[in-house]
Design a protein around this ligand. Structure first.
Ligand code: ADP
Length: 273
């Protein structure tokens, strides 16, 4: 929690404690940073991440999975754009999950997800994820009769398996207020250059705000585990949101401390003819 107003940190919830997003701030004051200093800090973070992601790739043992969830206009795309700046494209895989295809629907809900998890050495970012299967699917009753507690357990088991196999999972909920969402959607309408982003379906989804909130609270409560914790990112201020995610990702990589593998032999004396 950013309670000392100095450090940009996500909000966290103890595992097994019920999540109530209405009680968590979407805008947290933080005295140390303003937009300009945040941008400088993110540029420095990007340089550090470029170096560590290179080592992660060379080490070729573990991976990172950053899951980004949030309502429409919460800022998933723009967060990804900024935090991946400068990263080695070979070690980065970003995937946006859309409405499932017929083939995907004909499989278990984790089938398409598993196919996209990062390989060893990679940083994977999910723009939406398997959580859509306990969010939009639940809100719109797209899978009647689904046993939601069972689905949460399946998600936890799946994430546990990934963690045990060397994937460090970081799940972020980009937390914006309802008013902020209205302003962002309105700004898109008012700016012809942003009309490509407009999807009138977003306006219909917005009417279901309370249902989404309930589904998010339930999903976060039941999938907030020590092996795959949720981080609630106060996201009304865009630069602040992105700074927190950037710090989280860099902190995760630093804790992993990947190492270049030892060479099989000493190549130092070899002269290339
Ligand atoms: P975005 O809103 O992420 O920028 P799109 O406008 O293409 O991208 O929206 C993707 C849509 O796909 C979202 O409305 C999302 O709810 C939907 N979606 C993702 N996963 C599923 C799923 N498993 N079942 C149904 N809809 C899904």
């Amino acid at each position: 929690m950013c309670d000392n107003k100095k450090t940009p940190l996500p909000l966290t919830i103890e595992p097994a404690v019920a999540c109530d997003l209405d009680d968590l701030a979407t805008d947290v004051p933080c005295e140390e940073y303003d937009k300009e200093t945040a941008l400088e800090r993110m540029a420095a973070n990007a340089e550090a991440m470029a170096d560590i992601s290179r080592r992660l790739y060379a080490e070729n043992k573990r991976s990172v999975l950053l899951v980004l969830q949030g309502v429409d206009a919460a800022g998933k795309d723009s967060t990804i754009r900024t935090v991946t700046r400068g990263m080695n494209p070979r070690s980065l895989v970003v995937h946006s999950f859309k409405v499932p295809s017929d083939e995907e629907i004909d499989h278990d809900f984790l089938w398409r997800i598993h196919a996209r998890v990062p390989s060893r050495g990679e940083i994977g970012i999910f723009n939406r994820s398997h959580y859509e299967d306990v969010l939009v699917v639940r809100v719109h009753d797209l899978s009647p009769g689904t046993d939601w507690p069972r689905r949460f357990r399946q998600i936890n088991d799946f994430e546990k398996m990934l963690a045990e196999e060397g994937t460090v999972i970081v799940k972020c909920y980009l937390h914006i207020s309802r008013d902020e969402q209205r302003e962002r959607l309105q700004a898109r309408m008012d700016n012809p250059d942003d009309h490509w982003k407009v999807n009138l379906r977003d306006l219909e989804e917005r009417k279901l705000w309370d249902k989404y909130r309930a589904a998010y609270n339930d999903a976060i409560t039941h999938t907030n585990t020590s092996h795959a914790p949720w981080y609630i990112i106060p996201a009304d201020r865009k630069w602040y949101r992105t700074l927190i995610v950037s710090e989280l990702l860099l902190g995760t990589l630093r804790d992993m401390d990947p190492q270049y593998p030892a060479a099989e032999q000493d190549y130092g004396g070899i002269v290339v003819g």
